[in-house]
Design a protein around this ligand. Structure first.
Ligand code: SAM
Length: 245
């Protein structure tokens, strides 16, 4: 490729998803996920979003910054196909694309200005914390909904029939933090009911204990039966601030 363009980052995402593992594979699946989009640089100006509050949903165009350094490949293995069949990268929503650009429709809950900072409160996102945003567009139902469209190998949202059970210790942490993080339990339930393990493990029991981070909590869990997932522990991450003497 000889031609190149450069894009300006216009905002950054604050997301409960602090690592790639366990992020839903598309937006709209985990409705309890809430985040913020902070406009940056010259785009941090309320005039740019004047009128946007009329729309319930917005398109976000973003950079897959978490995988960008790994480059791209012509063929990838979509998790939807069990991770064992290769397709052309442009026939998938893989992050390993010639240009690391993603697009997601998210719910726009409200727009706020905090002193000089413009913040878009969003939910139902599938974005890693710190994701750079390069464009925002209103979601326009008459143009963006296509009745009878064919979805190829991904026609339907993946079904989920997993029960998520919390240990007593995990329940205790949820109760202790209900004021600080009221949606944590629903977020954990919705994320885990998608079974975030590698695709080839789907519908199988597994002795391994997995860990994931949501907001400022480390969560350990195990698939104790084919359709039962046990949340073993939830621990609040304590940040250690060094005092400067
Ligand atoms: N909805 C977008 C699209 O279709 O372009 C993203 C789809 S991609 C299959 C979704 C996955 O991208 C998530 O499960 C997460 O692992 C990954 N992801 C989200 N934000 C990312 C980022 N900033 N950098 C790298 N990977 C990211």
């Amino acid at each position: 490729m000889t031609d190149s363009v450069s894009l300006n980052v216009i905002g950054t995402i604050d997301s409960p998803y602090k690592e790639k593992f366990a992020i839903p594979r598309q937006p709209g699946i985990v409705t309890a996920a809430q985040g913020q989009l902070r406009l940056t640089g010259l785009a941090n100006n309320a005039e740019l979003v004047r009128g946007l509050e009329q729309f319930s949903h917005i398109w976000l165009l973003f950079i897959f910054h978490g995988t960008q350094a790994q480059g791209w490949k012509p063929l990838v293995r979509p998790p939807r196909l069990g991770g064992n069949k290769k397709l052309g990268v442009l026939a998938t929503r893989s992050t390993f694309r010639p240009n690391p650009i993603g697009m997601s429709v998210v719910k726009l809950d409200r727009i706020e200005q905090q002193s000089s900072q413009v913040i878009l409160h969003i939910s139902e996102l599938d974005l890693l914390d710190g994701t750079p945003i390069v464009d925002i567009k209103p979601y326009v139902p008459y143009a963006d909904i296509i009745e009878n469209a064919h979805g190829g190998y991904a026609q339907e949202q993946p079904s989920s029939n997993i029960d998520v059970i919390f240990s007593n210790a995990a329940h205790l942490t949820l109760t202790d933090n209900i004021g600080h993080c009221p949606t944590l339990q629903s977020l954990i339930e919705q994320v885990l009911s998608q079974d975030p393990r590698p695709a080839y493990k789907k519908n199988s029991k597994d002795d391994r204990i997995y860990g994931m981070t949501l907001y400022d909590f480390n969560i350990n869990w195990q698939m104790t039966a084919i359709a039962t997932l046990n949340v073993i522990a939830i621990e609040k991450i304590v940040s250690i601030t060094k005092s400067i003497e």
